[in-house]
Ligand binder design. Structure first.
Ligand SMILES: NC(=O)c1ccc[n+]([C@@H]2O[C@H](COP(=O)([O-])OP(=O)(O)OC[C@H]3O[C@@H](n4cnc5c(N)ncnc54)[C@H](O)[C@@H]3O)[C@@H](O)[C@H]2O)c1
Ligand SMILES: [Zn+2]
Length: 365
């Protein structure tokens, strides 16, 4: 019998002004750190993190991330680690920076500390890096043997980031409960290829409850760039619960549709969490979910200011061949449509996309 699992970072810390306390979170993992940073945060890292690291006797260098998580960028940074003799890699920035830090640490046999500066997806806690080619196209998932050692969620930094990233994080996390529930009913495998644990399902449910309870006030807090209890609970749901629950629970139709949509150039500028939220509507249609459940999901999408209808995605004309392509990719064995409890045909998924869009239109205004 395939076992069940719960996999997670060793430590998850949520609080304010964590850059200036970085030494206390990394000192147990090594004494020589390479800090891979997004450009916008470099100066703050120099001003706030470097002095405390120096005071604690930790050698540290900050290096600017070049913008895409490619094999070349991973190798470039691996060489920096080697030259510096670093034994800890710290990723500070968006999902791409975090993914590159995880991969560099893996190839360098170093510890890894993850410091997201936006809550835009569940990337921080997972044992996966998404690798792109030099043209910025998806190349592959690099599955890592370990989750990050430490994940630090700084609510002040996240509250001050652009609202659209926070909304996308909500979209990604919103699907977690429904996808884990589907995997549970289907007895299918989670992201680490074991069966769904009861804890995975429980975390996914808590993630959903925190989102529904806090979405209104958390969005207000982000608009005012303020840290509030609602914002803090939402960050916990997006950054920790969603990632750990997806890994211990699994993904299904919502992410399969997102990956299918990612194949169309017209969706290049749309964020991962926005496509996942639409994919969730498709999943709920396929599941013939209760209207009350659908209305709750639509309430979150609208309150977060996420895209709802395909017209919101900039699709004025529904081109059948495009959507047949989306469906083919979503239903391919490489994707997670097979984790749905009832086997669905490509045509059923295509019809569900049309139905989900009609549903979205009905609730749009
Ligand atoms: N590993 C995983 O499990 C996993 C899961 C989901 C997504 N991903 C990957 O994550 C990537 C997307 O991540 P993303 O959405 O965070 O995008 P991103 O990393 O490209 O960041 C978006 C932009 O926001 C900027 N930014 C970050 N913090 C900011 C702040 N506080 N203020 C202002 N600007 C800020 C970044 O510098 C960047 O320009 C994709 O490559 C996707 O494949 C990985
Ligand atoms: Zn996701």
């Amino acid at each position: 019998m395939i076992p069940r699992s719960i996999t997670s970072p060793k430590k998850f810390i949520i609080g304010q002004d964590l850059l200036a306390q970085l030494d206390s979170f990394i000192k147990d993992f090594g004494n020589n750190a390479l800090l891979i940073c997004d450009e916008f945060i470099l100066e703050r890292v120099q001003q706030q993190a470097m002095p405390c690291l120096e005071q604690a006797g930790i050698t540290a260098c900050a290096e600017k991330f070049q913008g895409e998580c490619t094999d070349n960028e991973i190798e470039r940074l691996r060489l920096v680690v080697e030259t510096q003799g670093a034994n800890i890699v710290v990723g500070i920035g968006g999902g791409k920076t975090l993914d590159v830090a995880k991969a560099v640490a893996h190839y360098s046999h170093a510890s890894v500390v993850i410091f997201p500066t936006i809550a835009s997806s569940d990337a921080p806690c997972t044992a996966v890096s998404v690798i792109y080619n030099e043209n910025g196209e998806f190349d592959r998932y690099l599955v890592l043997p370990q989750n990050p050692d430490v994940v630090l969620a700084d609510t002040r930094l996240i509250a001050q980031a652009p609202e659209k990233y926070f909304a996308a994080g909500i979209g990604d996390a919103l699907a977690t409960f429904f996808e884990t529930r589907a995997c549970c009913y289907a007895a299918s495998l989670n992201l680490v290829k074991t069966r769904v644990s009861r804890t995975g399902l429980g975390m996914a449910l808590m993630c959903y409850e925190l989102i529904v309870d806090n979405v209104e006030m958390a969005m207000e807090a982000v608009r005012r760039q303020e840290v509030t209890p609602a914002l803090e609970e939402m960050v916990e749901a997006i950054v920790y619960l969603s990632g750990v629950a997806a890994e211990s629970g699994g993904i299904a139709c919502a992410h399969a549709i997102c990956n299918g949509m990612s194949s169309l150039e017209k969706f290049n500028h749309i964020q991962h969490g926005e496509k996942v939220a639409f994919g969730l509507l498709v999943q709920l249609v396929l599941e013939k979910a209760d209207i009350e459940e659908i209305e709750n999901v639509i309430y979150v999408i609208k309150t977060a200011g996420l895209l709802l209808t395909l017209a919101d995605f900039g699709i004025d004309e529904f081109v059948e061949s495009d959507w047949r392509e989306v469906v083919d990719i979503a239903c391919s064995p490489a994707n997670s449509m097979g984790n749905m409890p009832v086997k669905v045909s490509a045509n059923q998924v295509y019809q569900a996309i049309i139905e989900a869009n009609k549903l979205a239109q009905r609730y749009h205004d």
